[in-house]
Design a protein around this ligand. Sequence first.
Ligand code: ADP
Length: 215
Amino acid sequence: MKSIVFIAPPAAGKGTQSIRICKEYHLSHISTGDLLREEINHDSEIGKRIKQIINDGFLVSDDIILSLLMRKLENIKGGYILDGFPRNLNQAIKYDEILNSQNKKLDYVIYINLDKELSKKRIIGRVSCPQCGNVYNNMLEENCPQKENICDNCQMPLIKRDDDNEEIFEKRYETYISETAPLIDYYQQKGILFEIDGSLLKDEIFKKICEVIND
Ligand code: ADP
């Protein structure tokens, strides 16, 4: 049973890669960003609050994240990838406590590194399929859909996330540097951090992650 965490700046490819790795290794995919977007779609009071926080580029409170995550983990059997969690030191410490209490351990932390300029370019052109979750980029030739704004797999019109624009990007990136980047040291010290160059092509990144997991 494998337990994997993905850490990366916005749009470095952690969603895309974690979906692919889950298929390859038969793992469950848990994206805290997706859990939050589901909550927003319910249009509840809490969903409205979450939407505001995400669209301001901040992190949602640890209490909300941990309760959504615990609910999800109850239904998961076998190995899983956490995509987007932990996102700050407090979440990492809380997660260690949860794992310890269940006599489990975290096997790998995959850190996909990407510089700010490329991260921004990827955010601004990013669109995804509401059905299969496949991610495309209208601004990057190597990642455009075959037909403009239509998913190659499902033929569904592609959608853009509310928080994928230049203004919110600046705040999201700042939040990443101040809150999430300290986790790199935290996991490096535990000897479970594996860094991958996020500027490589998708298939190359995938291969490198497989090499880490197969070792
Ligand atoms: P990204 O493309 O930036 O990696 P995600 O889909 O992972 O996007 O997350 C979108 C937003 O949801 C984040 O900018 C943040 O506001 C919120 N979020 C996701 N995961 C967490 C978390 N673990 N803790 C707090 N906020 C989170």
